[in-house]
Design a protein around this ligand. Structure first.
Ligand code: KIV
Ligand code: ZN
Length: 520
């Protein structure tokens, strides 16, 4: 592939997608996803916004130092202390990038920043120069670029390149643009910014009008060479351009685009599942590439065609993006060594303690289920390491009674960090309701359950049930997840996970409120 044919994939799942309502990732979650993004071979991982919380700082720091392959990026406003915090998180890392941004449209200037164009330009130039004194790889984003005055956009792009920006990202922050207009904007920058060749043009599209991927592809045709995108299209509000759709559109229609990426497409489905599981956000069945029905043919005519020649109704091979028949890998006779080996093949490197916990859960499962599938293993590992080291509440014991003619009741014992274990019993409309009430009494918390989803991880009546529960404590929302062959236990684990996440997020909230209330 000639160098100008390569599109840089900048994955912002850990930063923009983490802003999805209800999605919240712990540092171990982010590490797990970052490892998988490295296997997917994205070029850049935006790992967080270090000034916004200690967790984001730690995630950027650990990912930048422990994940090999991609460049690791930390986000910063055009504020010197933001840039210093990002630089500190990235210091000594092999491939650090600082991404600094500021709103440039008149709407942002008047409505939020209350600054004039000259003041914002000066801040942007100073921020880029400051970032450049810490790292070579500096990206600048004129936020809300698609609603920014064109002459001013050219001026700020020129000035920030002069100050040292090596990537200029053009965000369609509110998903306002349309494909033809966005392409014209990229061409306009190429023709009117005299030093534009010294930087890579990037695009960052939001999906408010459902055009994030179309706008992205259109800008690539016009000369952009970096795409900012997320797995499953997650992100602020309606989300960002979906990585899997952009990558597969370029690959499937290379005849038209003449562009490609270094992404290992076979890793797409497992990465999508990992992100969905970690964020507690299910993928819609009809989602392109990664939805359960993306390659399912139901009409008789289509089935007949595909059986005769796949290309009659299929433009991609499902196996190319990682849809494979689930293979049976382990049984109760498999030892720790076999488990470790299979987990390593699936990309999990567990510490001794983590492996021990995973092994206990695996044996429990294998005894009940006989055949343990890759999906089961991934679910167990995800469940065990989700809030590692940060668990305020731990479920120690659960007993429920239910049946027709019985009042459903539950007894739980919770271990509460820094306190004694607490045991409580309660009754409810059903065993899950009773369990949640008993957990509320034990934890002294009572968030509202906004959504409860249960699904089977693999087929058959012995499949593990995966419960995702979204809770709201009046101020914060979060999602918890739990897996077990016993669906009441999976429900209890999911709820305790959600309480742990609320606890963590309350700590983070203080810091990010401070950042958000101080614009620049
Ligand atoms: O949508 C946006 O403009 C952003 C910037 C921080 C690039 O996410
Ligand atoms: Zn964004």
């Amino acid at each position: 592939m000639a160098t100008n044919d390569k599109v840089i994939i900048f994955d912002t799942t850990l930063r923009d997608a983490e802003q999805t309502p209800g999605a919240s990732l712990t540092v171990p979650d982010k590490m797990e996803i970052a490892k998988q993004l490295a296997r997917l071979q994205v070029d850049v991982i935006e790992a967080g916004f270090p000034i916004s919380s200690n967790e984001d700082y730690e995630a950027v720091h650990r990912i930048a130092h422990e994940i090999e392959g991609p460049a690791i990026c930390g986000l910063a406003r055009v504020v010197l202390k933001d840039i210093d915090r990002a630089a500190e998180a990235l210091a000594g890392a092999p491939k650090p990038r600082i991404h600094t941004f500021v709103g440039t449209s008149q709407i942002q200037l008047d409505g939020q920043l209350r600054k004039n164009r000259a003041e914002v330009l000066e801040l942007a130039v100073k921020a880029v120069a400051h970032a450049k004194s810490a790292v070579d790889d500096v990206e600048f984003s004129p936020m809300d670029a698609t609603r920014t005055d064109l002459d001013y956009l050219c001026e700020i792009v020129h000035a920030t390149i002069e100050a040292g920006a090596t990537t200029i990202n053009i965000p369609d922050t509110v998903g306002f643009t349309v494909p033809e207009q966005f392409a014209e904007l990229i061409v306009h920058l190429k023709q009117n910014v005299s030093n534009i060749e010294q930087a890579v043009i990037s695009i960052h599209c939001h999906d408010d009008l459902g055009m994030a991927v179309s706008n992205t592809l259109s800008a690539l045709r016009a000369g952009a060479r970096q795409v900012e995108c997320t797995l499953n299209g997650l992100g602020e509000r309606a989300g960002n351009a979906s990585l899997e759709e952009v990558v597969m559109a370029l690959r499937t229609r290379s005849d038209y685009y003449g562009l490609d990426t270094d992404v290992v497409a076979k890793e797409i489905v497992s990465t999508s599942r990992l992100v969905s599981r970690m964020m507690g956000i299910a993928v819609a069945p009809n989602k392109a590439i990664v939805g359960a029905n993306a390659f399912a043919h139901s009409s008789g005519i289509h089935q007949d065609g595909v059986l005769k020649a796949r290309n009659t109704f299929e433009i991609m091979e499902p196996t190319d993006v990682g849809w494979e028949a689930t293979s049976i890998v382990l049984t109760a006779r498999s030892g720790r060594h076999a488990l470790r080996h299979r987990l390593e093949e699936l990309g999990y490197e567990l510490s001794k303690d983590e492996l021990e916990k995973a092994y206990e859960r695996f044996i429990e499962l294998a005894d009940k289920k006989k055949e343990v599938f890759d999906e089961d293993l991934m679910a167990i590992v995800g469940d065990e390491i989700r809030v590692e080291g940060n668990e305020k509440y731990k479920l120690e014991y659960l007993h429920t009674i239910s049946g027709s003619g019985t009042v459903p009741s539950a007894t739980v014992r919770l271990h509460i960090e820094g306190a004694e274990s607490v045991q409580q019993s309660a009754w409810g409309d059903g065993p899950v309701d009773a369990t949640y009430e008993a957990i509320n009494l034990a934890a002294g918390q009572r968030p509202t359950v906004e959504e409860y989803i249960i699904q089977a991880i693999t087929g058959g009546s012995q499949a593990m049930g995966e419960v995702t529960v979204r809770v709201n404590d009046g101020e914060l929302k979060t999602t918890g997840r739990g897996v077990s062959t016993d669906i009441i236990e999976a429900s209890a684990r999911a709820y305790v996970d959600a309480l742990n996440r609320l606890y963590l997020r309350r700590g983070r909230q203080v810091r990010s409120d401070q950042v958000q209330s101080q614009t620049i």
